[in-house]
Design a protein around this ligand. Structure first.
Ligand SMILES: [Ca+2]
Ligand SMILES: [Ca+2]
Ligand SMILES: [Ca+2]
Length: 456
């Protein structure tokens, strides 16, 4: 039965929320960290920036719903995904996930670089256990370039590596840290260098199966071990940034592919499918600003369909987000254009394999059926009121789940199928669970931008 599997009361209404799992140590049930504010997400792009009307709160809630601690980050921390990324990650290997976030320590200087730090919190006490200066290489850039920060993590032959990133569209800086916060590697990718910029979505995945994770910094694939570049898709023909990167395994061939939707640089193809060495398998010739998309296993024998959503480029500045999108559907592996195979527009739904059988179900995010969980034929399986926060393997249980926010009540629910059985997706369980730790950084928590998913 599809039902509410978990319910969390944040104690106050919210307009934005991000969430990651937090391990409290062996034998203890996993807690959940929520970072939330009753003000919409603030973007550093000058054309989209607004003023906040609330401060960010960090709330750690135990599995049984008990509030363990809460901290108000204050007016110095701008309530926006790019200004204030966070992750949970066990860098010191003691079984407890430390909480890492970009903090602004001056109480009255929200834009300061001088006082900006990477901060570590012990989840067991809620206390700060370390602060390190945040790199300030982008201090002279425009606001949209200067305040795009990322946190990620991965493993190199079992050793944990924490990754910090600054910049998305021009100069980009990355640092890898080993246990003890020892600098393991650092990298500058200059604006003048060829190859892709970053993406709004960062995945960490051992694509060549050599025991070392790779970080997909856009279409550029870097080793988390030493930061070296393994592959860079379309290095000589694409220099802009991508919106989404989604890895999937073709059930027929067992091959791994990476589906990419691009923004910027309108002269290049907008949608590309890469193989596991970042060689392009197909490229869509269409122009447009591909702002979102998904892949869903809804064809015969779980064959993947890919969707790409283009925003109209004639809208000015931040209003682009409310323009009428154009949608494209492809056979994901061949790139053949197909008609929408669903009964609803692809922009209204997000795929989620709620029963674990390897076929995608969908959560409806817009329109009359908003809140429905539907199967691939359009049949309603269940209904829940709330705004979609994220989907994926949120709980350590078979199948995938959807996390919804009931904003005015300050509540978060996790919806899943208590009879789910893990089918073909079971082999990617570790990847899917690990990615949950990075849902507080970038637009990782959704395959498109928040305002298109949270519903209006
Ligand atoms: Ca730890
Ligand atoms: Ca690897
Ligand atoms: Ca399914």
């Amino acid at each position: 039965m599809i039902r509410i599997m978990k319910e969390y009361d944040l104690g106050q209404p919210f307009m934005q929320v991000r969430s990651v799992p937090v391990s409290l140590g062996k034998g203890k049930e996993e807690a959940r960290l929520f970072v939330h504010a009753n003000t919409p997400n603030l973007d550093p792009w000058e054309e989209a920036m607004t003023f906040p009307v609330d401060t960010l709160k960090m709330t750690l809630i135990a599995a049984d719903g008990t509030h363990l601690w809460q901290r108000d980050l204050g007016i110095n921390v701008i309530p926006g995904i790019w200004f204030s990324p966070f992750i949970s990650f066990d860098l010191d290997g003691d079984g407890v996930d430390e909480i890492w976030y970009v903090n602004e320590t001056h109480p009255k200087r929200p834009f300061s670089f001088e006082h900006r730090v990477l901060e570590r919190i012990d989840p067991l006490t809620g206390e700060t256990t370390g602060q390190w200066p945040w790199p300030r290489d982008l201090v002279h850039e425009t606001m949209s370039h200067a305040y795009r920060f990322n946190l990620a993590a991965g493993y190199a032959h079992g050793a944990p590596v924490l990754i910090c990133g600054q910049g998305t569209y021009g100069d980009m800086y990355l640092q890898g840290y080993s246990a003890g916060m020892e600098l393991r590697w650092k990298l500058k990718i200059a604006a003048s260098e060829p190859g892709a910029r970053a993406a709004h979505h960062t995945i960490v995945f051992d694509i060549n199966k050599d025991g070392v994770d790779e970080i997909f910094w856009g279409e550029r694939v870097l080793s988390v071990d030493d930061g070296h570049e393994l592959f860079c898709g379309d290095r000589d023909s694409f220099k802009a940034h991508s919106d989404i990167l989604i890895p999937f395994e073709d059930p027929e061939s067992g091959k791994i592919y990476v589906y990419t939707c691009r923004e910027g640089q309108n002269s290049a193809p907008r949608v590309v499918l890469y193989d596991d060495r970042m060689n392009a398998v197909w490229r869509s010739p269409d122009g447009g600003h591909m702002h979102g998309g998904w892949v869903a296993a809804i064809g015969e024998n779980r064959r993947y369909v890919a969707m790409a959503l283009s925003l109209a480029l004639d809208a000015k500045g931040g209003d682009i987000h409310s323009s009428t999108p154009i949608l494209y559907y492809f056979d994901a592996v061949t790139g053949r254009r197909i008609d929408n195979p669903l009964t609803l527009s692809g922009e209204m739904v997000m795929p989620v394999d709620i029963n674990g059988d390897g076929y995608s179900e969908f959560f409806v995010t817009k329109g009359d059926r908003r809140g429905d969980v539907m199967d691939r034929f359009g049949e309603t399986l269940a209904h829940f009121d709330g705004n979609l926060i994220t989907i994926g393997k949120i709980l350590d249980l078979p199948g995938q789940q959807a996390m919804l926010g009931i904003r005015d009540q300050g509540k978060v629910i996790v919806v899943g199928d208590d009879e789910a059985v893990d089918g073909p997706g079971a082999k990617y369980r570790d990847y899917n669970r690990f990615m949950q730790h990075m849902m507080g950084s970038g637009y990782n928590s959704f395959n498109a931008h928040p305002d298109s998913l949270l519903g209006k």
